[in-house]
Design a protein around this ligand. Structure first.
Ligand code: ASP
Length: 415
């Protein structure tokens, strides 16, 4: 199946899954066969197998592709420049995203006058401190970092190994050639697993829609809609402006070619699980050189969370409104700063954004239990914000590649 047909198949699977799930939720969830066997077992098992098969590729792909990419750069100063650009783009777009979300929430004021039961509790997991996050970038044991799927330490180790390969002369050349071969093979693995995607996406989406009752949305509709609007504005308008401004490339081509990646992110709610697909897409369809994509996509999946920051901004205003607490300008600035820094420590896996929200709420003295109010609609929002998160990673990658002269415009513009 070529990639266009595959994208179409995935898109159809997503809609079909959503419609079937919605119908099951409304009319059939009291049947044992539907709830337990179809949704709880068949959809669940196939969906999880699909997610596992994506995750299976993440560590080997990031490791091999990053070592190759760094070795191919052949020059350490270029690496530093690339890292600087990536960090600047990722952090500033996150700050932009949350400012946008806060502005929208302040105008619309979701949650004002809402009488939600506020005695609910939310057991928080401890969010890591900034110092801890920085120390943990250097792995004391790279194998352990790989086994636990910790991205930043894995990125650090792979970069260092790539640099050492460049510096090691002939021995380095031989090892680099080996890594290039592994890279080709792993990309082939991605292609094999993509063939399963339509089935996996169908089951994941059908299960989510079948189990998420629509009743949950009613009291939270204003919160939900503000988050969705901010996600759409940022995902479409902000990235388009940035892309046009800094690369001059066609915005419609970018958005069109991102669809399949966004569907993966949407159905898995995990930027990490989407790394293989995003790397493949930016290289093969958007024309970005492997030496850039292999670095900026995994890095973005780990530290760039624009969609998550948007949810956190709106959630802060919503929770303050429900509890009748006034926030001032300094509070908003604190929210922007904390959420931007928190995005570095937010792993690209489902639901973490909500845990990191605890850190943001603490910062401005809002009750952390407020999280319990919005948890009901978080799964769907998690899916949407993850799609925005991965779009940001790809937009950054394209812009940086273009500025480095590492983007093949012929491939980019090819329909
Ligand atoms: N699920 C998001 C991601 O993987 C993180 C989050 O917002 O919970 O990008």
């Amino acid at each position: 199946m070529d990639s266009k047909k595959l994208t179409k198949a995935i898109l159809i699977a997503m809609f079909a899954g959503g419609i079937l799930g919605g119908i099951l939720n409304l009319f059939f969830m009291d049947s044992y066969i539907v709830e337990e066997i179809l949704v709880g077992n068949i959809f669940h098992v196939i969906g999880q197998i699909f997610i596992n098969s994506l995750k299976m590729l993440v560590v080997p792909l990031v490791f091999v592709s990053l070592v190759c990419g760094t070795a191919a750069l052949g020059d350490i100063s270029k690496l530093g420049r690339l890292g600087g650009k990536a960090l600047l783009f990722y952090l500033s777009t996150t700050a932009l995203a949350i400012s946008l979300a806060l502005s929208l929430a302040i105008i619309i004021q979701p949650g004002v006058g809402l009488d939600l039961p506020t005695e609910a509790t939310f057991a928080t997991k401890e969010a890591p401190s900034i110092a801890e996050t920085i120390i943990n970038i250097v792995p004391s044991n790279p194998i352990q970092a790989m086994a636990e799927g910790q991205m930043l330490p894995l990125i650090f180790f792979s970069l260092l190994l790539g640099i050492a390969i460049v510096m090691a002369g002939d021995a380095g050349k031989r090892v680099e050639a080996q890594f290039q071969d592994y890279n080709t093979i792993i990309m082939q693995l991605v292609v094999i697993l993509m063939k399963l995607a339509p089935y996996g996406v169908f089951c994941l989406i059908a299960k989510t829609f079948a189990t998420q009752g629509f009743e949950l949305f009613k009291p939270l509709l204003s919160y939900f809609l503000v988050v969705v609007s901010a996600l759409l504005i940022h995902g479409i308008v902000s990235y388009s402006i940035l892309l046009k401004m800094f690369s001059g490339l066609s915005v419609t081509t970018f958005l069109k070619k991102m669809t399949s990646v966004q569907i993966f992110a949407f159905s898995t709610a995990s930027s990490n699980a989407t790394i293989p697909v995003n790397v493949e897409n930016t290289e093969k369809r958007l024309g970005v050189n492997n030496s850039i994509a292999s670095f900026t996509i995994p890095l973005g999946a780990t530290i760039n969370m624009d969609g998550t920051a948007i949810m956190q901004g709106v959630a802060t205003v919503f929770i303050a409104n429900v509890y009748g607490i006034d926030l001032g300008m300094t509070d908003y600035l604190a929210v922007i700063l904390t959420a931007t820094l928190a995005s570095i420590g937010t792993a690209g896996v489902p639901g973490v954004g909500l845990i990191m929200l605890a850190m943001v709420l603490n910062q401005v003295g809002l009750p952390v239990e407020g999280i319990a109010l919005i948890i009901g609609v978080d799964r769907l929002l998690d899916m949407m914000r993850t799609a925005v998160n991965v779009t940001g990673d790809a937009a950054g990658t394209v812009i940086i590649a273009k500025s480095e002269g590492e983007l093949d415009t012929k491939v980019y513009n090819q329909v």
